[in-house]
Design a protein around this ligand. Structure first.
Ligand SMILES: Cc1cc2nc3c(=O)[nH]c(=O)nc-3n(C[C@H](O)[C@H](O)[C@H](O)COP(=O)(O)OP(=O)(O)OC[C@H]3O[C@@H](n4cnc5c(N)ncnc54)[C@H](O)[C@@H]3O)c2cc1C
Length: 345
């Protein structure tokens, strides 16, 4: 904050609504509304939450991920409702903390929506952690009585627990910030049909922090007439969970694709040294041998893929990666190992 203020940025707390390049700000404590006008308005106000089966958190016993801080102790029993990467993450954290987790999943099996090969892997991990999965569930009623939560499914099955955690999905609806739906279409810089009004980050399309930052920078440079190009987000690593971490970059190969290779963590001595034998790295390339994507489940998987993101940006090929020898024994050596193996096969 101090750094921004030193650059001449004025910071105002309040709820903003945008009317063209005019911004109305509702200030806290009943202070009169502020009206601001600017040559450019960059809306980075995030996405809206969507909960399974139209449920909503109460912030006390029916919680979302952002509410976990209200818990004063680890609940003995937890219901997790809904899947997606957040559903996996909630089950992972609560079961590791020692809570007995029942996971109500809408389909036959939970989906991360990150990459299909990850789903089966993480589902087996959750089962090993003792998470009880109830597939094909939709919730008819969920209520809390101060002591416990009580859930009834559409089929009439009943479940109870100390708390219920809702896995939220995110969608962008910039009309809540005052924009009209006919003005929303954004160009490559995020500029809407209203000249000078930009949408960036989750307000444009919910993805990740790095994507939001790249889009914010591109919009700001464009707004001051110093654009060097739109945000390049195809080579940004997306990750979730902690240990193991799931990380994805660019294009994910379809199962059995001839232009991809999967290596187990056990192919690196580091996995034995650090006792992290469970996980894999998948590397994908195009017909010319150029690296186009990767997927990893490993401790610090995002760091494992970071050099590959640079390789993609520099349009490197398998041969370039195969020539490299990194520190040993370190998991990152798997990248060059995978490239060498791909060239041999
Ligand atoms: C549970 C969870 C885990 C995640 N984990 C990861 C992760 O590990 N790595 C990763 O890269 N990404 C992760 N993400 C995604 C990441 O959080 C978002 O992509 C990122 O925060 C988007 O940044 P943003 O600036 O666009 O929006 P936000 O970070 O949502 O910021 C929007 C801000 O605008 C404020 N605001 C909203 N409306 C108004 C208004 N009208 N007036 C004024 N202010 C307003 C909000 O209060 C908020 O402070 C996760 C998301 C969730 C929900």
């Amino acid at each position: 904050m101090a750094e921004l203020e030193a650059l001449g940025v004025s910071i105002m707390n309040g709820y903003a609504r945008v009317f063209g390049t005019m911004v109305r700000v509702e200030l806290p404590d009943g202070a009169p509304e502020a009206l601001l006008e600017a040559d450019a308005v960059i809306i980075a106000a995030g996405a809206q939450d969507l909960y399974p089966d139209g449920l909503a958190p109460d912030g006390e016993q029916i919680l979302n991920d952002a509410h976990l801080g209200v818990l004063t102790r680890i609940p003995a029993t937890t219901l997790v409702i809904g899947d997606g990467s957040i559903g996996f993450e909630l089950c992972h954290i609560m079961s590791l903390l020692g809570s007995e987790v029942t996971w109500l999943v809408p389909e036959d099996a939970p989906r991360s929506f990150v990459a299909p090969p990850v789903d089966g892997y993480l589902t087996r991990l959750m089962e090993r952690q003792g998470v009880r999965m109830i597939p094909r569930t939709s919730v008819r009623r969920l209520n809390a009585d101060g002591e416990a939560v009580h859930l009834v499914t559409a089929e009439g099955a009943r479940y109870g627990a100390d708390v219920a955690l809702l896995a939220r999905a995110r969608h962008s609806d910039p009309t809540v910030f005052g924009l009209k739906s006919e003005d929303l279409a954004a160009d490559i810089y995020g500029q809407t049909k209203l000249r000078g009004v930009y949408l960036v980050g989750d307000a444009l399309n919910p993805r990740t922090t790095s994507v939001a930052m790249a889009q914010g920078r591109a919009a700001a440079l464009h707004a001051v007439g110093r654009s060097s190009g739109p945000a390049e987000t195809s080579d940004i690593v997306v990750s979730f969970m902690k240990n193991p971490q799931v990380a994805r970059l660019g294009h994910i190969a379809t199962e059995g694709s001839r232009n991809s290779i999967t290596v187990s963590l056990t192919e690196s001595l580091a996995a034995y040294v650090e006792n992290t034998l469970d996980g894999f790295l998948n590397l994908a390339w195009d017909q010319t041998g150029r690296v186009i994507g990767a997927l990893a489940v490993a401790p610090q998987a995002a760091a494992l893929l970071a050099p590959l993101a640079l390789a993609m940006r520099m349009r490197l090929r398998l041969e370039d990666l195969a020539d490299g020898y990194g520190p040993h024994p370190v998991l990152s050596e798997l990248v060059a190992q995978a490239a060498r193996k791909a060239l041999v096969e």
